[in-house]
Write a protein of this length. Sequence first.
Length: 55
Amino acid sequence: MKINVQNTNGEPVEEMEVPFTLVEEGDKGLQAVHDTVVAYMASQRSGTACAKNTF
């Protein structure tokens, strides 16, 4: 399966070959891959600074 890799601006950077046999069998694993990528990206945005209580 080929996956398009994009930079932070949404521009295509490269195309990678990924050996996911589960994803290639119909659409069984696509939602799991999507959820994993979304969770990873959300964790990258989370910070540790407290914006409400700045001292």
